[in-house]
Design a protein around this ligand. Sequence first.
Ligand SMILES: [Fe+2]
Length: 187
Amino acid sequence: MIRCYKLNVPKFLFVDNFKFPEFRNNFNHQSWTLKANQVIHSETLNYFQTEFGLQLTDCLISYLKAGKAGNDIHVDGYGHDVVQWAINYVSTGHDTKMCWYVPTAKSTPYKADFGKIIEVWNENEVDLVEEYNIGKYPILVKIDEPHRIYNNGAADRWSVSLRNYVSEISWDNVVHRLAGVRITDNI
Ligand SMILES: [Fe+2]
């Protein structure tokens, strides 16, 4: 199964004068939840809405220090959240990898620092099933299966993840909608 597609979209623009949040220097990995329109330009948000009927309302910003792994193997969305996918874009720190896993044990619910409850697993509770090197292109990613980010590069990674926490558009549906712009190889 493919869990990550590179997207060949014309532009991926931030709002004018956008600045990433201040981060605490002693943390390797931090996240913030914002509204998509606080981060991404309306031209880009409107493109996804008009071309594909995808309303991207929420934005998770993540900071991951150079040479570090993300905090945990996790699934985004727990309980009331129905989110199955996100459109991600790495702004800096392009030598990163995203890995997906199949659990071999039960997850533990965990309250993340950005306020959501997520499910997490230890490394000995999962099997690796898929991994992609993430470049500088927007990507469609499946986030309702256990996954983790690794920053293998020399630069800190700043990324944005556009979602809609109440949309019930499924993974299969969004893969279908984005058929004209997604690229399966060369990621
Ligand atoms: Fe995630």
